[in-house]
Design a protein around this ligand. Sequence first.
Ligand SMILES: [Zn+2]
Length: 299
Amino acid sequence: MIRAVCLSLAILAAGLSAATAETKAKDLFGSKKSGSRQAPEAIGTYAKGCGAGLVQLPETGPTWQAMRLSRNRNWGHPETVSFIKRLSAKATQQGWKGLYIGDISQPRGGPMITGHQSHQIGLDMDIWMNKPKSLRLSRGQRENLSAISVRAKSQKTVNDYWTPAHAAIIEAAARDPAVDRIFVTPPVKAYFCQKSKRRDWDWIRKIRPLYGHHYHFHVRLKCPKGSRNCQTQRPTVKELSKGRDGCDETLNWWLTDYLNPPKVAPKKKKAKPTPRKRGARDYTMADLPRQCAGVLKSR
Ligand SMILES: [Zn+2]
């Protein structure tokens, strides 16, 4: 009898751990309400990892407000929070009250139930293009206010909402030594390329064109000191632009073929359907660096 009980307990335990093993990492990380009490560390890669000891960006500061508080994604590595403080202070030099901050990471990073593939290790952040009218928005206003696009309908140029102040703020971000790269809508990159002087290539190359990113720009920090298990993105910006500013065929492609794909003659044979690529939302704990289990378990 006792043996039978033990056996069924063992089966139950095995079943439970199998269930945890199969639980999607996004559900495990998505349920955490606060950061782990660990030394701060970005673990893994921007799109496959987690964050130990992440801290919350205060919801309102002298020069910023975090938006969409219901998402609880205003958590980042302490370096990220410092960066937001210094960049938003610089925004006041452009006559802005400060910055509206969109998603950073979940309290312990990791994959998210909705939205981004990246933003997993506390080093990515979205900064709205809106020039803040007020830094005293209520929680409700921060849920409902819309982000504003800086992209023209043609998708080839910036629109009338774009100002030199936007450019100065993004330039300040790109010149910050903590920044690895910044994702912007291709017309914003084109704007910088038109103004680019030879000596500016070292920061202009950090500004990378990407689909979306017209309601916000996305800043990605380098792996901070002390994050031994943090892996920088490959290829690096240096490898991508080979010592140049990135005002090249890639940018041109975003403004031409990407918008109007050239017509290709239909293939004779039907291509085999390619299996759907597993994305961040499919990851289980086995896909993430092993330290992430500790981050999840920690108090
Ligand atoms: Zn982003």
